[in-house]
Design a protein around this ligand. Structure first.
Ligand code: FES
Length: 145
């Protein structure tokens, strides 16, 4: 079922820089988000993607009020009613579809959106000049005895 969320039906024209985030089935409606590492303006940061009203949305995991992570447990961003993205620190509420602040100390701010799309049962993220994938750390093999 291509194009059930994201920016467009099928592959966007400029999908060359797209990175696979997860299988579509890993994001349940209003369920737990996947969290992933990025570089935002070359600084390590985290981002998250979740499904809301059938569409996958993704944002930098950074509150507008104070630049800290939002989730109250790893991957848990929504309030108990599953209607808002809620900051765990001071309770700022964000609209999940747009990232716009709806109430609390986030004022007129808005979460930083990432460009995600869904094709053929996979969720993809298209990086930008400002927000790039975090480098993958190489493992050093098994620890010595
Ligand atoms: S840090 Fe998010 S509301 Fe204050």
């Amino acid at each position: 079922m291509p194009g059930s969320c994201g920016m467009a039906e099928g592959w966007p024209a400029s999908a060359a820089s797209a990175l696979r985030l997860c299988a579509s089935s890993e994001l349940a409606e209003k369920g737990r988000a996947i969290v992933f590492d990025v570089l935002h303006f070359r600084e390590p940061a985290r981002a998250f993607a979740l499904r809301f009203d059938g569409r996958v949305v993704a944002y930098l995991n950074r509150c507008v009020h104070v630049p800290t992570e939002l989730d109250w447990q790893p991957g848990e961003f929504l309030d108990s009613g599953r209607e808002f993205i809620l900051c765990s620190i001071h309770g700022a509420a964000y609209e999940p579809r747009s990232g716009r602040c709806l109430g609390g100390p986030c004022g007129r701010g808005r979460l930083t959106a990432l460009d995600v799309f869904e094709v053929d049962g996979e969720v993809w993220w298209r990086s930008t000049r400002d927000t790039q994938p975090a480098p993958v750390l190489e493992t050093q093999g098994s620890p010595s005895q």
